[in-house]
Design a protein around this ligand. Structure first.
Ligand code: AMP
Length: 489
């Protein structure tokens, strides 16, 4: 059995209905059970008054019911808004409000909860499959609307080009609020395979977690390179323990040469696919299989070539993407849509990524970093200005800003917050840093953690007299980084 994503219907109903479809953190569903539960879910949603195009937030972490709810939404024509429990409650409610969601489905409790105050509103865009919220530079997360046609193209690309075999068994660990995870969701639905959902606490158990993966017989590993890198420490992360593993499917951040080399040594017969793309273009747009020749030739790995039915090119120094897999637009953000979206010469939706790109004469593409303040920390996308805005809200703070500390290879390691007090400080001259313990703002980590997911909370907070500004009145992060480097131990 599998799902025909164009018509949003289960098909091939008699084919292996008892084969597993979803191995959730809590329970396993066969294809027949997924079919039955998703149909029942869609009926329940309709009975709750949810009509086509009204977004539904799904809140939880790796429960089988989370997966059921996403499929139920597809069947009922309801755009789903996946929210992992990684999001603090305040942010979850904010997302529900921005999306004007008609309900929140609590996957752990199996209940529909009230949606946005004043009720849900159908999206102006029709047939949206999901709305993925990602860090926004104004201080609020922004919703990326992905149409059903884009999801169909994603699944066709995976089936036609990735060589994942029949009924692939996907290792899923990325939170469903991160679009990387849509690889496994739509790959499973279209391919009739299995999606193995792994919760954070299970992953932290190390050896026991690898046993679970071995038992499930995973064939495709999907993660950011950072996540795979962390697993190198474990003995269970080896072909002896994971004999069925055939493919590493990476996306979300640069794939370091050193990591790819280590993986090739440890898993000599596994293939490594490096894919690239922003959430705004349905998970990924370019791809390349990494082999020894590429590793020998490039100190920084290429991101490959555009997927079928799409175009990727460099305009100025910026990577641009066109195709039907480009988003329908940010939800209720005409300002951003006007600057980031355009129509290409063949009339297709196109998106300016903000990534610095390079293209060789033979078409091979490289991503050389960002043109703005967006960063990746352990694979998570963060707008530094969103963290700045959260720091601004701390009591007693006039303005806040953060910087990112990086390893020599450029990988982000952690965030450092700086704040300027609201009441002013006497004494030291203007440039002097007043370094006080974070106690100055009491429970600042806790307060920020109510608004931001944990990965966006700086690890240190430094109080300064004045935040340095660049001549164009932007926060001067270079000077902040210098202050930090010069701080006494
Ligand atoms: P997200 O929307 O979270 O998937 O993040 C998209 C951004 O991650 C892109 O715009 C790039 O800056 C970066 N990115 C994603 N995949 C790759 C890759 N394979 N190599 C380099 N950067 C990547």
């Amino acid at each position: 059995m599998h799902v025909d994503l164009s018509s949003a219907c289960f098909t091939d109903l008699a084919h292996r209905p008892d084969a597993p479809a979803v191995i959730g953190a809590d329970r396993t569903l066969t294809w027949q059970q997924l079919h039955d539960e998703a149909q029942a879910w869609a009926a329940q949603a309709r009975a709750a008054g949810l009509v086509a195009d009204v977004p539904v937030a799904i809140y939880g972490h790796k429960e089988a019911a989370f997966f059921v709810a996403m499929v139920g939404c597809l069947l009922a024509g309801l755009p789903f808004v996946p929210i992992d429990t990684l999001y603090p409650r305040e942010r979850m409610l904010r997302v529900v409000d921005i999306a004007r969601a008609g309900a929140v489905y609590d996957a752990a409790a199996g209940d529909f909860l009230p949606g946005a105050p004043g009720g849900g509103t159908p999206l102006a865009e029709k047939d949206v499959a999901y709305v993925m919220f990602t860090s926004g530079s104004t201080g609020d997360p922004k919703g990326v609307q992905i149409g059903r046609e884009s999801v169909v193209l994603l699944a066709e690309w995976m089936r036609g080009c990735f060589g994942l075999g029949d009924a692939p068994v996907f290792m899923n660990q990325a939170p469903f609020s991160f679009d990387l995870s849509m690889y496994e969701v739509f790959g499973t639905l279209a391919g009739g395979g299995v999606c193995v959902l792994n919760a954070r606490d299970r992953i932290a158990s190390g050896a026991a977690w690898f046993e679970r993966l071995a038992e499930a017989g995973i064939t495709v590993w999907v993660s950011t390179p950072s996540f795979a890198h962390q697993q190198l420490l474990h003995a269970g992360f080896s072909p002896e323990h994971l004999p069925s593993l055939q493919v590493f499917l990476f996306c979300g951040e640069p794939l370091p040469v050193a990591l790819a080399r280590k993986l090739r040594m440890r898993f000599p017969s596994a293939r490594i696919l490096n894919t690239y793309g922003p959430t705004e273009a349905t998970v990924a747009t370019t791809w390349i299989e990494i082999d020894d020749a590429l590793l020998a030739a490039h100190p920084q790995l290429p991101i490959g070539y555009a997927k079928p039915d799409s175009a990727v090119w460099v305009e100025g120094d910026e990577l641009c993407i066109a195709g039907e897999h480009v988003m329908r637009g940010y939800l209720n953000r005409p300002d951003l849509n006007a600057t980031k979206l355009f129509t290409d010469t063949s009339g297709r939706r196109a998106f300016r990524t903000g990534d610095v790109g390079e293209q060789r004469e033979d078409g091979l593409l490289f991503c050389r970093g960002r043109r703005d303040d967006q960063i990746k920390l352990n694979g998570y996308r963060i707008e530094l200005t969103e963290v700045d805005a959260a720091l601004d809200h701390l009591t007693g703070v006039r303005a806040g800003a953060c910087i990112v500390l990086r390893r020599p290879d450029g990988t982000a390691v952690r965030l450092i917050g700086f704040v300027e007090r609201s009441e002013g400080v006497d004494g030291a001259d203007d440039s002097a840093l007043l370094i006080q313990g974070p106690d100055a703002f009491g429970r600042w980590k806790h307060v920020l953690g109510e608004r931001l997911p944990g990965y966006m909370v700086p690890t240190e907070l430094i109080v300064c007299k004045h935040l340095p500004m660049s001549p164009n009145h932007k926060i001067d992060r270079k000077t902040l980084a210098q202050w930090y480097a010069d701080m006494p131990a």
